[in-house]
Design a protein around this ligand. Sequence first.
Ligand code: ARG
Length: 438
Amino acid sequence: MKLWGGRFRKGENKLMEEFNKSFGFDCVLYKKDIEGSLAHVYMQVQVGLLTEEEGKQITEGLQGILADIESGKLALSGDYEDIHSFVEINLIERIGDVGKKLHTARSRNDQVALDMRLYAREKANDMVGHIASLKETIKEVADNNSVIMPGYTHLQRAQVVTFKHHLMAYYNMFDRDEKRIKNALEILDESPLGCGALAGTTHNIDRNITAQKLGFKKPMDNFMDGVSDRDYLLELMSDFSIIMMHLSRLSEELVLWSSQEFKFIEMDDLFTTGSSIMPQKKNPDGAELIRGKTGRVYGNLFALFTVMKGIPLAYNKDMQEDKEGFFDSVKTLEMCIQIMEGMIGTLKVREDNMKKAVKGGFLNATEVADYLVNKNVPFRDAHSIVGQIVIYCEDHNKAIEELELDELLKFSQVFERDIYDFIDYNNIIEKGIKKNLK
Ligand code: ARG
């Protein structure tokens, strides 16, 4: 069942036919394909390419196909080349010869360009919703857990932070991600319908009508660009890759924090799995899988970059390869964002262990140096003095705040009683993170 048998003397090689088909994966575009066709028919009637009656028959035929697919009456299966053939052939079967007029002033090239753009637009909007919801959950958990924890550099305890501040770093990353997708949505907001195969059409069509009907800002300016632009997919997949990178970093933290070595959090049973041999195990598989799936989302991006880099204008069949990777990335990302939201929303914070780790890590050493600087000691000297104090503390198995004033005075004469308040962890947070972030 083909749309183009006319100029061929023989049928296609069987393997070639299978090789060429995209119906197995582009069937997910059925709704967008029909939406696009409905807008096209509407325009055909407006400009006089179809009579009102013809337009009505085709419109009803298309709406019937859509309803039957959605209700399960019409299965997305059979020996069709692609979703466009499926819809058109079914239409002609239903309403007869008038259905053959649907494709007047259109090519599958502008048709598929439109379908993918409509699909990408919908999925990108869904993604904005998923990210917004993840952000909300992060904010809620952060607000409920303003407890002190060690902040790290080089994965070595560095300075005191709060769990709230640490989580809110991710909130900010996802906030930028949301903006990036919205920005991509703005750029892709042009309609390729009416670009034809590559050179428009001699028919008196009105691309503004279809662009407006399909909710686009305007028709694309250039026909050849219109049918062969896949930038918006690359842009969205780049955005998706950045989101996966953020999710993967957060996943890595969840894996570390839930380990017996850190014990900063407990992950809920809902998002962990067990071992078939070791009865005690509770593994953070959700986080690990997100970390792992990041690779496949990057891979899909680079596959399409590579597909696109050498193809001349305008449409080439290579471009059919844009679909599976994009669909896979959308599905993967949707799942990963939702799993991450579930993991964050249900984790338990072990405040006691976080506090213990803060105490044991000399996380107020920088503030001891700041104290000395306030008493007019040059910073480099202060740094060196505190270094000596840390060695002393290590030798005596004490935290800096546990030293007597007499002990501190051995390192510098400027220490006074107020040092203890100055290097109290909660006061450090008040003076640093809290004050400077208002
Ligand atoms: N299945 C094709 C694709 O995904 C549809 C466009 C076909 N156009 C063509 N000139 N053969 O790209």
